[in-house]
Design a protein around this ligand. Structure first.
Ligand code: ARG
Length: 580
C-alpha cells in the first residue's frame, strides 16, 4: 500500500482506539517545513467534538505516534496541528518499492464510465471554447484509466439541431441548382457540392446572423431542420456531405492536440432511439402538453430557482438539444450500462444538464444506481479579460490560436534544431504550452490566456516541465551508459529529502484530482515536484559524486521524478520532445 495512505490508516486506527469519531484522516505535505514534513490538521475538530482541549488531545496523539516505527519526530504546533517527520529508512524503503515496476500507482476499485467531452458542433469552426472541453475531458479520461477505471470517451457531436438547418438553408440559397435540392435526387451524398471547410467557416455565422433579423429565413431553416430530422433524402445527403467535410478537419485538430475519442457518436445517433423512447414515455404518462409542444416536468418542491420543464418535442415537431441528450442516455443505458456518465461542458450549460439528469431519473431511463455528473468549465479569455478575439476582432478559431502559440514557441528553441525537426519540436511544445496553461486553474474558474506568461521556460508552464524532463532524461542516459545501479541507500541533505517527500504524495494528488474532476492539483504538483528537483539538481553534482551510495540514491531519485513526469504528462496528453 502507498506509504502516505498507510500512515493515514494507522492514524485513523489510533484515533478510533482513543475514542475519536473520525471517518477520514488526511495527511498533507507541511506548510511549515521547518516544523515537519507532513501535517495532520484534523485534531482540533475531533477534540472539540469530545469536549477536550485541542492542544492536550493533539499532544496525546503525537506521543503515541512518536513510538511508531515510521516516525522520527512528532510535535504539536499552534492550536493543535500535528507535525510529522518520518524516519528516513522508512522513506528509503518506500522509495525503492516505488522504483519497481507497476508500484507507482495503486488502482482504485473498477468502475465503468462514459465520458462525454469535446462536443464540437458540426459545420461550425472549432473555437477556443472547444479546446477546454477536449483538453479537460481527455485528461480526466486518462487519469481515470490510470487509476483503473474502464472509460469510454464519446465526442457527442452537435450535429442535429437548428444550426444544421441554418447552414443547409444558406447553402441552398447560394447554390439552388445543386442535385440535392431537386425532386428526383436519390443519392447518399451530394457529389456536386462545391463547399470546402474554409467555406464552412463563414457560412454558419452568416446564416445565424440572417436568422436573427429575418423571420422568414429562420422559419425556413426550422422547416429544413424538420425535414432533415424526418428523413428527407436531399437534406439527409447534404447533411452527410457537410459532416464529412467538417469531420476531416476536426480529426486533424484533435490529433494535433493528442485527443482521442473511442466513440465518434453525435446527437444525430440518438435519432434511432427517439421513437421507442417517446413510446415508452407516453406509456409511463411522463409527457405533458404545453402550448403546442410536449414537455417533461422536472421541478421539485425544494427548488430555490425555477427549473423549467424539459422540452421534448417542439411545437414544430422537431426535437430539442434536451431530447437528443435524453435519447443518448437511453442508448448508453441499454447498450453500455455504465456506473457513471460524465459530461464535460461549459458551466453555462448547467441548467440543461439539471433538466436532462432529472428527467432521466424520474422516467427511469437511467437507474438510480447510475451516477450522472456535470463537469462544468469556465471561459478562457484574452489578456483584456474578454473572450478571445483575433487581431482584427473576429472569433479566434482553435487553429489560429494553435498557430499563434507555435510561432511564439519556435523563436525560443535552440538554434541547432533545424528544418523538419524544428517544426515538430515547436508543435509539441506549443501544444504542451496551451494544454498545461488550460489545466492550471480549477476547471470552473475563468482564466486569462497570457501567451507571454504561459510560455516562460522558468515559470509554472508546460515548457518548464518539458525542459526539466528532457534534462533528466539526458542525465539518466549518461548514468545508464556508466552502468550505475539506481537504488536508494541514503540521503544527504534537505534538498534531496524534499524531493522524495513530494514523490510520496503522488497517489493522493491523483486521487484528489479524480474526486474533484479537475486537473489543477496535478499541474500544481508537477510544478512543485520539478521545482524541488531543480533546487536539488542545482545544489549537488550527481554524476561526479564520490560517495557511491549517495550517487546511486540520487540517480534513483532522478529516475522516480522522471517517471512521474512521464506519467503525468501522459495524463495531460502532452508529448515530450527529443530536445528543445
Ligand atoms: N455541442 C454542445 C455545444 O457546443 C456541447 C455538447 C455537450 N455534451 C452534451 N451531451 N450535451 O454547446
Amino acid at each position: 500500500m502507498n506509504f502516505i495512505k498507510k500512515q493515514e490508516e494507522l492514524i485513523k486506527n489510533i484515533l478510533l482506539e482513543n475514542h475519536y469519531a473520525v471517518t477520514n484522516v488526511a495527511l498533507i505535505p507541511s506548510s511549515r517545513p521547518d516544523l515537519g514534513e507532513y501535517q495532520f490538521n484534523g485534531m482540533m475538530a475531533l477534540a472539540k467534538k469530545n469536549g477536550e482541549n485541542p492542544v492536550e488531545a493533539a499532544t496525546k496523539i503525537a506521543s503515541i505516534l512518536t513510538n511508531q516505527e515510521d516516525y522520527e519526530k512528532v510535535s504539536v504546533a499552534g492550536p493543535g496541528f500535528i507535525n510529522i517527520t518520518f524516519h528516513t529508512p522508512s522513506l528509503l524503503k518506500e522509495a525503492n518499492r516505488l522504483l519497481e515496476k507497476d508500484n507507482m500507482i495503486e488502482l482504485l476499485p473498477k468502475k465503468k464510465v462514459v465520458i462525454d467531452y469535446g462536443g464540437p458542433n458540426v459545420a461550425k469552426v472549432l473555437h477556443v471554447g472547444h479546446l477546454r472541453s477536449a483538453n479537460i475531458g481527455e485528461s480526466l479520461k486518462r487519469l481515470a484509466r490510470k487509476l483503473g477505471y474502464d472509460v469510454i470517451g464519446d465526442i457527442h457531436l452537435g450535429d442535429y439541431g437548428l444550426q444544421m438547418g441554418l447552414v443547409m438553408l444558406e447553402i441552398q440559397m447560394r447554390y439552388p441548382n445543386l442535385s440535392c435540392f431537386q425532386s428526383d435526387f436519390n443519392d447518399e451524398i451530394v457529389k456536386d457540392l462545391p463547399i470546402t471547410n474554409e467555406d464552412l467557416i463563414d457560412i454558419y455565422p452568416i446564416a445565424s446572423g440572417k436568422s436573427k433579423t429575418d423571420e422568414a429565413f429562420l422559419e425556413q431553416a426550422r422547416k429544413i431542420t424538420y425535414e432533415f430530422q424526418h428523413d428527407h433524402k436531399g437534406y439527409k445527403a447534404l447533411w452527410r456531405s457537410i459532416m464529412n467535410i467538417s469531420l476531416n478537419d476536426m480529426k486533424e485538430v484533435y490529433q494535433k492536440l493528442n485527443v482521442e475519442f473511442d466513440l465518434w457518436k453525435g446527437e444525430s445517433d440518438a435519432e434511432t432511439f427517439i421513437p421507442e423512447m417517446i413510446d415508452y414515455l407516453r406509456k409511463e404518462n411522463m409527457i405533458v402538453p404545453s402550448e403546442g409542444a410536449e414537455v417533461i416536468e422536472v421541478k421539485k418542491a425544494e427548488d430555490k430557482l425555477e427549473i423549467p420543464p424539459l422540452l421534448l418535442i417542439k411545437s414544430n415537431q422537431t426535437v430539442s438539444y434536451e431530447t437528443t441528450d435524453l435519447a443518448t442516455l437511453w442508448d448508453r443505458a441499454h447498450n453500455i450500462n455504465p456506473d457513471e456518465v460524465w459530461y464535460v461542458a461549459d458551466k453555462r450549460q448547467e441548467l440543461h444538464f439539471i433538466q436532462v439528469f432529472r428527467a432521466s431519473y424520474k422516467t427511469n431511463i437511467i437507474s438510480p444506481a447510475t451516477k450522472l455528473e456535470f463537469i462544468g468549465f469556465g471561459t478562457m479569455n484574452g489578456v483584456d479579460g474578454r473572450p478571445f478575439k483575433t487581431r482584427d476582432g473576429g472569433v479566434m478559431s482553435l487553429r489560429n490560436l494553435m498557430d499563434e502559440v507555435e510561432t511564439a514557441t519556435e523563436k525560443k528553441i535552440i538554434p541547432s534544431i533545424t528544418g523538419e525537426e524544428r517544426k515538430k519540436v515547436s508543435e509539441i511544445i506549443a501544444v504542451g504550452t496551451l494544454k498545461f496553461a488550460d489545466l492550471l486553474s480549477h476547471r470552473a474558474t475563468d482564466y486569462i490566456f497570457d501567451l507571454e506568461k504561459f510560455s516562460d521556460a522558468y515559470g509554472k508552464t508546460g515548457p518548464f516541465i518539458l525542459y526539466s524532463t528532457v534534462r533528466m532524461r539526458s542525465l539518466l542516459k549518461k548514468a545508464e551508459e556508466e552502468k550505475i545501479n539506481f537504488v536508494f541507500q541514503e540521503l544527504k541533505n534537505q534538498t534531496d529529502k524534499k524531493v522524495l517527500l513530494q514523490v510520496l504524495n503522488l497517489q493522493k494528488v491523483l486521487e484528489n484530482a479524480l474526486q474533484e474532476k479537475s486537473l489543477h492539483e496535478i499541474t500544481d504538483y508537477l510544478y512543485n515536484l520539478n521545482n524541488c528537483y531543480n533546487n536539488f539538481y542545482g545544489e549537488n553534482r550527481i554524476l561526479t559524486e564520490e560517495n557511491n551510495n549517495l550517487k546511486q540514491s540520487w540517480l534513483a531519485l532522478t529516475k522516480l521524478v522522471y517517471e512521474i513526469n512521464l506519467l503525468i504528462l501522459d495524463i495531460l496528453a502532452i508529448k515530450v520532445p527529443t530536445r528543445m
